[in-house]
Design a protein around this ligand. Structure first.
Ligand SMILES: Cc1cc2nc3c(=O)[nH]c(=O)nc-3n(C[C@H](O)[C@H](O)[C@H](O)COP(=O)(O)O)c2cc1C
Length: 203
């Protein structure tokens, strides 16, 4: 890992920016090329560096790779997401742990951050959802940076999936992301994006 001084960084290359953003697509179909377990670990080991408030890191990820694991997810998927999810090499179930603050004494030694959350359920829920979703985005960028393609989905019953996969914990399902090597015929026509003027203001 390089430790470049602040203010001394060059922009990433155009090809890196293309891979991460400009040509990165949502894939509905993947080739049969398998995704090694070591690559899934590498995705986590990259995404984990993305910033979260008080370094709270609430995201919890289940990588569903076996038929057995996929069959457990199937009844909770929206109809339109079943076929592609069952066929994808990997489906990541991204959740957030409402007990994230238990790790703060170790993960945020700068302050007694655990005490900011204990007993405040609304703050816990908001913090877990906000930062878990951010980590989900870091996850997709890390996967794309390492050469994988993504198929994110929110079309599933989060309550059902939470009961099925996170029973006995305080983790709640947030979204799914199929992973693999995308097929050329696996995307819809690219949708446009809002312009700077439509989405932003400089005040
Ligand atoms: C959080 C999230 C949830 C999504 N849910 C679904 C879904 O349930 N089913 C589906 O077919 N596509 C889903 N999509 C795919 C989006 O429609 C797609 O990312 C968007 O149209 C942009 O496509 P592009 O990445 O190819 O430009 C989802 C994407 C995201 C980021």
């Amino acid at each position: 890992m390089t430790d470049m001084p602040p203010g001394d960084k060059a922009p990433l290359s155009d090809s890196a920016l293309d891979q991460l953003f400009r040509t990165a697509r949502t894939y509905n179909r993947f080739t049969d090329k398998p995704v090694p377990k070591a690559l899934l670990q590498a995705v986590y080991d990259l995404m984990k560096w993305g910033s979260t408030s008080a370094n709270c890191q609430p995201a919890r990820i289940l990588f569903l790779t076996s038929n057995e694991a996929k069959e457990r997810l199937k009844p909770h998927l929206d109809e339109g997401n079943v076929k592609k999810t069952m066929a994808a090499p990997v489906t990541a179930l991204i959740g957030h742990d409402l007990a994230f603050y238990e790790h703060l004494p170790e993960q945020y030694p700068a302050a007694d951050a655990k005490s900011w959350f204990v007993g405040d359920n609304q703050k816990i829920a908001e913090t877990a959802f906000r930062n878990g979703t951010l980590q989900g985005a870091y996850f997709m960028l890390a996967a794309r940076a390492l050469g994988l393609d993504c198929g994110p989905m929110s079309g599933f019953n989060t309550e059902g999936a939470t009961k099925e996969f996170f029973a006995g914990t305080k983790t709640q399902a947030n979204f799914l992301c199929n992973l693999g090597y995308g097929s050329e015929d696996g995307t819809y026509p690219r949708g446009p994006r809002l312009t700077f003027d439509q989405a932003c203001q400089i005040l």
